[in-house]
Design a binder for this molecule. Structure first.
Ligand SMILES: Cc1ncc(CO)c(N)n1
Length: 220
C-alpha cells in the first residue's frame, strides 16, 4: 500500500469532506454563485503565492539534486502554469494580476498557507511534502471525478475551464508524481509513531482545504 493510500485511509472522513464539499458539486452542476467562486479564486491566487514559497522551501531542504529539482518543478508548475487560470478568470471580471496581489488574505487563506509553511520550517522534508499533498492530489481527484459528471465540461458551464485545467494531463501527472514522491521520500519505511505524526498533518491540511471551499460558499 502506498503512503498516500495509508494517509487517505487514516483521514477518510476529513478527506471526503474536502473532496466532496458542496462547493465542488455546485461547480460541476454550474450552480455555484459567481460571488462565491470569485472570492475563492482571488483567495486562491494569494494561496498560490504562499505555495510558491513552500516549494522554494522544499527545494532548499532537498538533500539530493533530484529532491531540489522536485521543489523547483512544483514552484514552476504554479508560477508558470496554474496561476494563468486565475489570471484568465479574473481578467473577465476586470481584475489585473496586480489587483489580485494587492487583495487582503481572508482568515482561512492565512491559516492554511501558514500551517503548511510552519511544518516546512519546523519539520523535515517529509512533513513538508505531506502538508502539501492534499492540495495537489486532492484537486486532481476532485477534478477527475467532476469531469466525468455529464454536463460539467459543457461550454455553458462557467466552471468548465477550472475543471478542465485540473482534470488535464499536466495536472494529473503532477499529482501522480506526488504520490510516487511520497513513497520515495518515506523509503517505504514509516513506523507507527511517525505515521501517526504525518497522518495528523495530512488530516489537518484536508480540513483546511474544506474550510477554504467553505470560505467561498460563505460569500454566496
Ligand atoms: C486551496 C487550494 N488547494 C489546492 C490547490 C491546487 O493547487 C489550489 N490551487 N488551492
Amino acid at each position: 500500500m502506498s503512503l498516500y493510500d495509508r494517509l487517505i485511509e487514516a483521514s477518510a472522513d476529513d478527506w471526503r469532506a474536502y473532496t466532496e464539499h458542496p462547493f465542488v458539486e455546485m461547480m460541476a452542476a454550474g450552480t455555484l454563485p459567481e460571488t462565491a467562486f470569485r472570492h475563492y479564486l482571488v483567495q486562491d491566487y494569494l494561496f498560490l503565492i504562499q505555495f510558491v514559497r513552500a516549494y522554494a522551501l522544499a527545494a532548499y531542504k532537498g538533500r539530493t539534486i533530484e529532491e531540489m529539482r522536485y521543489g523547483l518543478d512544483g514552484l514552476r508548475a504554479i508560477l508558470d502554469g496554474e496561476m494563468a487560470l486565475h489570471v484568465n478568470y479574473c481578467a473577465g471580471w476586470g481584475l489585473t494580476p496586480s489587483d489580485l496581489e494587492a487583495a487582503d488574505e481572508d482568515m482561512p487563506t492565512t491559516a492554511y498557507t501558514r500551517f503548511v509553511l510552519d511544518w516546512g520550517v519546523r519539520g523535515d522534508l517529509l512533513d513538508l511534502h505531506v502538508a502539501l499533498a492534499p492540495c495537489i492530489i486532492g484537486y486532481a481527484v476532485i477534478a477527475r471525478r467532476l469531469a466525468s459528471i455529464p454536463g460539467a465540461l459543457a461550454a455553458s458551464n462557467p466552471y468548465a475551464p477550472w475543471i478542465a485545467e485540473y482534470a488535464g494531463d499536466g495536472y494529473q501527472q503532477l499529482a501522480a508524481s506526488t504520490v510516487e514522491h511520497l513513497d520515495t521520500l518515506s523509503d517505504g519505511a514509516v513506523g507507527e509513531v511517525r505515521f501517526r505524526q504525518i497522518a495528523g498533518i495530512f488530516a489537518q491540511a484536508s480540513r483546511l482545504e474544506a474550510a477554504f471551499w467553505q470560505m467561498g460558499l460563505d460569500r454566496a
